[in-house]
Design a binder for this molecule. Structure first.
Ligand code: GDP
Ligand code: MN
Length: 380
């Protein structure tokens, strides 16, 4: 799960990483009280699950109560990349001498942790990576070895930070690595990592993604409460379906996670994009099928539906009966293409035969079915 900036800072603070004192608030009055409590000048910061808040007008310096009132009023309700601001973080303003970038994330192909450090911070790191890739010092860390002080120091020197802050940067980065590993994060990013005019190194922003699989080891209820979830995923999970929302136009239903993933691939191969991943499991009975169709039907992006079923223990005619009954219960807007194969596939297809129409096609192979579903999605 992704943390809001202030949650990321609370997470960092648990590991001794220096952050600014601040308060999370949800109204202008609370913002004023928070500013009085932390002391002027303060920075008023939108708390949304999106970057680039500064550019969008979601980060403002306030020197007095009038300015807090003005900025808090403007930022509450502000739309930042489709995220409406409901919470503000009011923190003591910092005097900045330099803005750096630091992060740890997982490099799955290298099977190692990847650390990135740059003196070109504050701006988007993707831009630095394209325009000035040499300005990013990278290290790959074997999780068994961990990050030693020696390696960390060499990394800091390679990044050519201000030599005066080497010790401070090494100390902070070692803590950030500990937070990333012991805190079970998949990403711990500080942009900007600042050097203050007093020479101290400090996290001015926080972007943290926690590994949901590690939730049982932690107290993450407060973090979980502020997650924005995909409405399609909420509805599917309530029905007990294994569903992941995607951005394409071909709705997908398959039995088995492996087959569902292959289905995404063939849809891609046929030139289309899947609207979702949906595994209905081995059974494929009418109740489950109706639930799956309902979830997909409610997704306005879906222009065609591809039902990809391989009969194993569940026989083809049982699957076909399930599909027919489900279709009688749910009024489906998009045309459907079915590929039914495996045990008793012929008996199943024979049952489907009288129900076939322009809106319900049957194809013998996965590729043909994918091609038909993609063609329909493009036509609609
Ligand atoms: P982002 O735009 O969502 O990445 O938000 P950040 O928290 O990174 O803030 C954006 C920029 O605002 C930073 O790069 C700083 O230049 C500036 N900023 C944020 N907090 C302060 C502060 O306390 N003092 C000063 N002088 N500038 C700040
Ligand atoms: Mn930032």
């Amino acid at each position: 799960m992704d943390l809001l900036e202030f949650q990321g800072k609370q997470f960092f603070a648990q590991f001794g990483i220096p952050v600014s004192d601040g308060r999370a608030v949800t109204s202008v009055d609370e913002a004023l009280a928070a500013a009085e409590a932390v002391g002027y000048p303060v920075v008023v910061k939108a708390q949304v699950h999106a970057g680039g808040r500064g550019k969008a007008g979601g980060v403002k310096l306030a020197n007095n109560a009038d300015e807090v009132r003005e900025h808090a009023g403007n930022i509450l309700g502000l739309d930042i990349s489709g995220h409406i601001t409901r919470t503000l973080w009011i923190e003591i303003a910092s005097d900045i001498a330099e803005e750096y970038y630091a992060s740890f994330t997982l490099d799955r192909s290298a099977k190692k942790h990847l650390g990135m450090l740059s003196k070109e911070g504050g701006v988007e790191i993707e831009t630095v990576a394209v325009e000035n890739p040499d300005a990013i010092a990278k290290i790959w860390i074997d999780p068994v070895d961990g990050l030693t002080e020696e390696v960390c120091r060499a990394w800091v020197l390679a990044a050519k930070l201000n030599p005066d802050v080497t010790d401070g940067a090494v100390a902070l980065l070692l803590k950030l690595y500990t937070a990333y590993v012991e805190g079970d994060a998949d990403l711990a990013e500080i942009n900007p990592l600042i050097v203050k005019t007093d020479g101290n190194v400090h996290a001015l922003d926080a972007k943290v993604t926690l590994d949901d699989n590690a939730e049982f080891r932690h107290e993450w209820d407060d973090y979980a409460a502020t997650q924005v979830r995909d409405v399609r995923e909420e509805a599917a999970h309530e029905k007990g379906l294994q569903y992941v929302g995607l951005d394409g136009s071909v709705g997908i239903i398959a039995n088995g996670a492996g087959l569902a993933m292959s289905t995404l691939d063939v849809v891609n191969q046929a030139g289309g994009e899947a609207a979702n991943f949906l595994d209905i499991g081995g059974g494929a009975n009418a109740d489950v099928m109706a639930g799956a169709l309902q979830v997909i039907n409610d997704d306005p992006k879906v222009k065609s539906i591809f039902i990809n079923i391989f009969g194993g223990i569940t026989r083809g005619e049982e699957v076909a009966k399930g599909i027919i009954e489900a279709l009688s219960r749910v009024d489906i807007a998009a045309p459907i293409v079915i590929r039914l194969d495996g045990t008793n596939a012929e008996e199943g297809r024979a049952l489907l035969e009288p129900h076939l129409s322009d809106k319900l096609q049957s194809k013998p192979t996965m590729l043909e079915a994918a091609a038909a579903a993609v063609a329909l999605a493009k036509k609609n």
